[in-house]
Design a protein around this ligand. Sequence first.
Ligand SMILES: Cc1ncc(COP(=O)(O)O)c(C=O)c1O
Length: 383
Amino acid sequence: MKLSTRIESIPKYLFAELDEIKRRKIEEGKEIIDLGIGDPDLPTHSIVVQKLVEEASNPQNHRYPSYEGDVSFRKEFVSWYAKRFGVDFSPDEAVVLIGSKEGIAHIHLAFVDSGDTVICPNPAYPVYSIWSRFCGGKVYDVFLREEKDFLLDIESVPSDVLLNAKMLWICYPNNPTAACADEEYYKKIAFYSKKYGFVVAVDLAYSEIYFDENKKPISFFQAVKDKSVPAVEFHSFSKTFSMAGWRVGMAIGNKEVISALRKVKTNTDSGVFRAVQMSAKVALENYDKIVPAIREEYRSRKEKIVPVLRKAGFKFRDPEATFYIWIKCGGDSREFAKMLIEKYGVILTPGVGFGDGGEGFVRISLTTNQIDRAAEILARVSV
Ligand SMILES: Cc1ncc(COP(=O)(O)O)c(C=O)c1O
């Protein structure tokens, strides 16, 4: 048996040693606090669960769903989008995804041929660069630097790279750095996209997890207000509505880009269980009942942990959005994470897991209900 070069190109798993320490600690019956994974722990709201129960017994939903997603769900999404971001899209400019990850992966099949360049942030959600490589593309990494507010610095990319680029990835509010982008930044990216003709893929998975009503994260199209820019936004129900296990997301954007993604999907998957789509539609209809409470929970967790971390001597920016805190650890992030788990039983994610541009940082995730205990333990740490 010989694996494909595609599979061989996947970066090697870096955390075997950390997993081993965790396994040993658990075996020894030691306390472990996991601040590593970005998997929302809050249950999905009962309104949504109830709707699934109802819809699951409707035989109409037992047949294949439509490829692009139920039109009533897409209608609800574009109407929510118009209210939230002030831009009107038609349901044809949106496609339902099996979680945003599925669309984030498959969009590469629509635009990347062998030898094409994809400009990716580093550190980043690894799916962007892995799928660029799966399609034979070359990844041009742009390190996200603190002095640039962790914004992908498009001006630092040489023009020959821009000329050969088929796609560029950005993600704000950002995983893992928690940085946000403003209108001016998105406008600059749109200008470059139009000048060089690459697709802008915007990951907005965390757009609704913010802490200040007066500083809501903005969307790309909200800033740019020009649907002729070849761009697509990926939205997720996983974080916004605590629905990670349901696997539902939405891509919205430029008509041609959406149509290309649709072509890939029509020939790949057969859509999302309609009962799940109808439940996600109910989630959107009840956004104001559901989402503020989720945000409030993360805000309260953040406010418990931030002063403790500051007192312990950690250096970081207070996040305005996402449920992550991106902390400077100086040197080797894996060694630092190893020390924290060995000495204190606290798991966090070494920054290098998001690419070499993440070295020197670790990521804390607030997706645990053990935040008080985490704060108690972290108060004993001094760096
Ligand atoms: C930045 C980012 N984008 C996308 C996703 C995928 O989310 P989902 O597929 O659950 O919508 C994640 C999940 O952790 C993420 O962190």
